[in-house]
Design a protein around this ligand. Structure first.
Ligand SMILES: Cc1cc2nc3c(=O)[nH]c(=O)nc-3n(C[C@H](O)[C@H](O)[C@H](O)COP(=O)(O)OP(=O)(O)OC[C@H]3O[C@@H](n4cnc5c(N)ncnc54)[C@H](O)[C@@H]3O)c2cc1C
Length: 400
């Protein structure tokens, strides 16, 4: 194939789809083509996440995550309601293990208030009225707007919308590199006026092909889940621990999925390569060597608390240990009920190779020819609708 398009979007996850639609809506006469290397869209993070629409109280008010999470939650909730997509409005409790974590609850409450999140700090007995199984020390944080969706169905609906408004979505075609202004793909060449990179785990590599992402690389973290064998309704609400706010992860939690069944997870152990979902799938020797090198460096320096994170996470690869670490969240969490691993997800976590720090907020780079979304980590799913509108504003500023 040799084709020409005004805008080429690389990556058919939730962000690529939302970006492609936003470009098309702003210039309905222009052509927008989206390339997805897999046989279908949403096969990576966008289809392999916890499916939680976050409320927006974890993030400092000066972050992009805080800026888009409240609005993202509201707009995806409306989208699911309007489209008849399943959504479970089960709310969420954040619980304290002991006295030392109460200050953490108060800090989350403070952040939530600044970010405009509907949130209340409640007593232990009030928390038990919401979910009788919950276990906390004196207080808990209640977020009524946190919910669950089916991420695969949301992506499928967005894909249908994108096609309907005229975005050309080409599945099973991989971006390979660049020759001058032309994008080389596994099925020929695309001459694109403007390129948008929303390639998730591969975004740093795609960025490098355009001279961006110079000081960044991906450090993939694997998220494993255990499925509960207890019936629907065994847990009424999501139950999360107080997280270590220096880390980009929220800690192992109970998620009530859209069907009402609970999962425990996700873990956050370094993955050996970007698409290391299981066995040798996606194996890449070069990446393995790079991940071992980077991880060893971070482990020795303990930047971003990486050594503590790794030591904390590794035992969770064993089911019993994972269950034990989460057992303080609720009464009756037992290894008997959590025996089956679900499909893992891998976080596309960006590392700054100069400071050796994990990048905590969303991050992008670009110019008048191309734009690169390099760190679309959680809550990237929740934020996707307003975040992509903001990114297209940024693109318009650069494209002139
Ligand atoms: C375990 C886990 C749990 C999470 N839980 C939540 C949650 O509960 N709530 C929430 O809001 N967020 C959550 N997130 C984060 C959320 O999933 C991501 O922020 C979001 O899905 C990112 O979307 P994306 O489109 O940028 O990336 P992706 O979904 O990874 O999409 C990138 C796409 O690019 C394609 N691609 C890559 N390279 C090429 C190439 N060369 N050519 C063509 N195509 C290419 C890939 O195949 C892929 O489909 C979680 C993430 C993980 C991993």
């Amino acid at each position: 194939m040799r084709t020409t398009t005004d805008t080429l979007v690389i990556g058919g996850g939730i962000l690529g789809l939302c970006l492609a639609m936003e470009m098309k809506r702003r210039d309905p006469g222009g052509s927008v083509t989206l390339l997805e290397k897999e046989a279908g869209c949403g096969r990576h993070a966008s289809g392999r996440n916890s499916g939680v629409l976050h409320a927006g109280f974890y993030y400092g008010s000066d972050t992009l995550k805080a800026r888009f999470c409240v609005e993202g939650n509201r707009s995806l909730t409306e989208y699911c309601d309007d489209r008849g997509l399943p959504i479970r409005k089960c709310g969420k409790l954040v619980v304290a293990k002991d006295e030392s974590e109460v200050a953490g609850l108060e800090e989350l409450h403070r952040r939530g208030q600044i970010n405009g999140v509907e949130l209340s700090l409640i007593s232990e007995s009030e928390a038990k009225e919401i979910d009788p199984r919950v276990s906390t020390f004196e207080k808990a944080l209640y977020s009524p707007s946190t919910s669950s969706v089916d991420p695969g169905r949301v992506v499928a609906a967005l894909l249908a919308d994108a096609r309907e408004i005229g975005v050309e979505v080409l599945e099973g075609i991989r971006f390979l590199g660049r020759r001058g202004p032309a994008a080389l793909t596994s099925d020929g060449t695309v001459d694109a006026g403007y390129v948008i990179n929303a390639a998730g785990l591969q975004a740093d590599r795609v960025g490098k092909a355009f001279g961006f992402s110079e000081h960044y690389t991906m450090l993939p973290f694997k998220g494993l889940y255990l499925w509960s064998s207890e019936p629907e309704g065994a847990y009424r609400t999501h139950i999360y621990p107080v997280p270590d706010l220096r880390r980009p992860f929220l800690g192992v939690h109970i998620t009530v999925n859209v069907d009402g069944v609970a999962t425990l997870g996700p873990t956050a152990a370094p993955a050996f390569w970007r698409e290391n979902y299981g066995g040798l799938s996606g194996f890449d020797l070069g990446e393995l060597a790079a991940v071992i090198w980077r991880s060893s460096e971070l482990f020795i320096r303990n930047t971003s608390g990486f050594r503590n994170l790794a030591l904390d996470e590794l035992p969770k690869l064993w089911k019993r240990q994972l269950v034990r670490k989460a057992s303080h969240l609720a009464i009756g969490i037992s290894a008997r009920h959590f025996r089956t691993w679900g499909a893992p997800g891998i976080r596309a976590q960006l590392l700054d190779t100069r400071s050796k720090e994990l990048v905590m907020d969303f991050y992008f780079e670009g110019d008048d020819r191309s734009f690169h979304v390099l760190n679309a980590v959680s809550p990237g799913f929740t934020c996707a609708l307003p975040f992509s509108r903001f990114l297209v504003d940024e693109i318009e500023k650069r494209a002139g």
